[in-house]
Structures are given as structure tokens and as C-alpha cells.
Write a protein that binds this ligand. Structure first.
Ligand SMILES: NC(=O)C[C@H](N)C(=O)O
Length: 328
């Protein structure tokens, strides 16, 4: 007989809890199914898995903000010292990559923490939520999933919270399988790990948000043909740091480069990321001419924003922020 296992489900809403016209995959309301109703869609679990649950909120993930992240991480850290063996979080897919990365940097447990969701509402023909949730619960019960950082289980694949990104607007296989983030596969209840993220996470992370009520404001600004450099003045006046979604390998015009250099004495770090979504933004003397300009390495803009915000909770030093971007 298998050793019994206690999995705790935290629900936040998203399309997995969405309801709409029966059969249709679009035009639905996300986050409208209660946790009990969500569980009615699940195939039966084996007797050794004991499931407990709580609803954190019931929202479209575009409503997720720093405050929700801080309460979610506090709740997981508080429950991590109980007899719970693993956590599953249901979440909308639009912001799932951001929440997974934030939790990857801030939860203080080696126990499995798995996010899942769906691309089709519960009322759609061939809704994908039940299988995703079923597999996420099984994955959370597996010792192989421990100590690997926060994971996403979606459409038969296992992704690292560090590198997962949504890459399709509506298909059920919506995350980046052909990239750094796919760590392995699910086949029914079985998990098959093939890779592991080397970036620092969870118990080894230096970020402690337990006393914070808000995160330092960091904004993302896109560069595009002819983008006016004075937009940076606005962000420099309102945010503690800026991430640029540049072109190609994190590029922008010389007018932007000069404006960023002007911000250096004002203590505003500017992280160069890329709007491409794949590849690396590495050090380039052309851009890193001013010390406040830091490459995002393999982080896309929305994840670089999270890391810069957390980095600003521990340091204002440009050099130390750069070291953090190399490690996390
Ligand atoms: N598939 C989804 O879950 C999308 C939805 N808008 C959400 O992120 O909440």
C-alpha cells in the first residue's frame, strides 16, 4: 500500500473555474466556479491521497497584484510546517508565469508547490481543467517534485516556475515546451523528470517577504520604432526601478541609452530585457556603459520586473542587483 499523502489545494480562480455557454471555449466568465464544484469535475483520486482545500480568491488572474502574492506566500509558508506534503494552486494562465516565479523566489519550503489552470472553461467541450488539476495533485504527491522550486503542471508537461511562459493565446498547450522551462512530462498519474533549473529558488533564496506589506514599484516600458525617450522620465519619477522590453537582444535607440545614463546618479536601476521572449540578453558594453543598466539574462520583461522589485527589498547597489540577476 502507498504511504498516505496530504495535498492542500489553494484556489484563486482563472479559466479553470470559468463558466460560460455550454460547449463554447470563448466568451466565458473566469473565476466563477466554487472550489467544491471544481472538485466535482475531477476523476477520483486514489485512497492514499488526502485532499484539503481553501479558496484564496476567485478572480481572473489579470486582477492578481502584489498584495495577493504576499498573502499567498505567507499562507504557504505558514502551512509548510504542518503535516501537508504538497501544495496545488489553481490560477489563471495569463499571469501564471509571474505568480510561479514570484513564489519560486519567496516560498520557504522544499515541499512540492504546483500551479495549474486551464485554457478552456469548465463548461467547454473537452475542458482541459480536470486533467490538469488531476495531474497537478498527483505531481504534488510525488517525492521527485520536492526541492525543484515552484512548478507548473499543464497539458501533460512539467515546467519550472523560473522559466515558464505562456506562448499561445488560446490553445490548450499554451506554455513553452520547446524551451528551458520544460522539466519533464506527465502521463496520466506518472511524472517523468528530465531536466532541472539551476537558478536559486525557495529555501536557498535570499528574499524574505514575511514583514512586507507592499513591494517596491518597478514598471515595464516597451521600446518600439520611434519610441520617445521622455517616457522614461515619467517612470523614473514614479518607480524605484524600470525594466525595458527592448527589441532583439535587449536593444533600444541611442536617445534611450543617453536617457538611461542620466538616471544613474538618481539611483534608478534599469534592466534590459527583450520583447522576443526567447534567448538571452547578456552584458554588452554598448549598453552597460552606465552602471545602472543591467541585463536580464534569460528573464523576460514581466519576470525581470519581479526580480528587480525583490532585489530592491535587499539592496540599492547596481553591482549587487547585477549579481542577483546572474543567480536567480
Ligand atoms: N486561461 C486563463 O486562465 C485566462 C484567464 N483570463 C485568467 O488568466 O484568469
Amino acid at each position: 500500500m502507498k504511504k498516505s499523502c496530504h495535498i492542500h489545494l489553494l484556489t484563486t480562480g482563472g479559466t479553470i473555474a470559468g463558466k460560460g455557454q455550454v460547449g463554447k471555449t470563448s466568451g466565458y466568465q473566469a473565476g466563477s466556479l466554487s472550489t467544491d464544484r471544481l472538485l466535482e469535475t475531477l476523476p477520483p483520486l486514489p485512497p492514499h491521497i488526502h485532499l484539503s482545500m481553501e479558496q484564496i480568491c476567485s478572480i481572473d488572474s489579470n486582477e492578481v497584484d502584489d498584495h495577493l502574492w504576499l498573502s499567498l506566500v505567507r499562507r504557504i509558508n505558514e502551512l509548510a510546517s504542518t503535516d501537508i506534503d504538497g501544495f496545488v494552486i489553481t490560477h489563471g494562465t495569463d499571469i501564471m508565469d509571474e505568480t510561479a516565479y514570484f513564489l519560486n523566489l519567496t516560498v520557504k519550503t522544499e515541499k512540492p508547490v504546483i500551479l495549474t489552470g486551464a485554457m478552456r472553461p469548465s463548461t467547454a467541450a473537452s475542458a482541459d481543467g480536470p486533467l490538469n488539476l488531476y495531474q497537478a495533485i498527483h505531481l504534488a504527491s510525488r517525492p521527485e517534485a520536492a526541492g525543484k522550486g515552484v512548478l507548473v503542471c499543464f497539458c501533460d508537461s512539467i515546467y519550472s516556475g523560473r522559466d515558464v511562459q505562456k506562448v499561445n493565446t488560446y490553445k490548450t498547450d499554451a506554455f513553452n515546451e520547446q524551451d528551458l522551462s520544460c522539466l519533464g512530462y506527465m502521463r496520466d498519474e506518472e511524472c517523468y523528470f528530465m531536466n532541472q533549473s539551476l537558478a536559486v529558488h525557495t529555501t536557498a533564496s535570499c528574499f524574505d517577504v514575511s514583514e512586507l506589506t507592499a513591494l517596491p514599484r518597478v514598471d515595464v516600458l516597451s521600446f518600439y520604432a520611434g519610441a520617445p525617450a521622455d517616457a522614461l522620465d515619467y517612470y523614473a519619477a514614479h518607480a524605484r526601478g524600470i525594466v525595458i522590453a527592448g527589441t532583439g537582444s535587449g536593444n533600444y535607440s541611442s536617445a534611450w541609452k543617453n536617457k538611461i545614463a542620466e538616471l544613474e546618479p538618481h539611483g534608478i536601476p534599469v534592466v534590459r530585457a527583450s520583447r522576443i521572449g526567447h534567448g538571452i540578453v547578456s552584458r554588452d558594453p554598448h549598453f552597460e556603459a552606465s552602471a545602472n543598466c543591467i541585463p536580464s539574462y534569460t528573464l523576460p520583461p514581466q519576470k525581470a520586473r519581479i526580480l528587480l522589485s525583490l532585489a530592491l527589498t535587499v539592496t540599492n547597489s547596481y553591482d549587487e542587483i547585477e549579481q542577483i540577476f546572474r543567480k536567480y
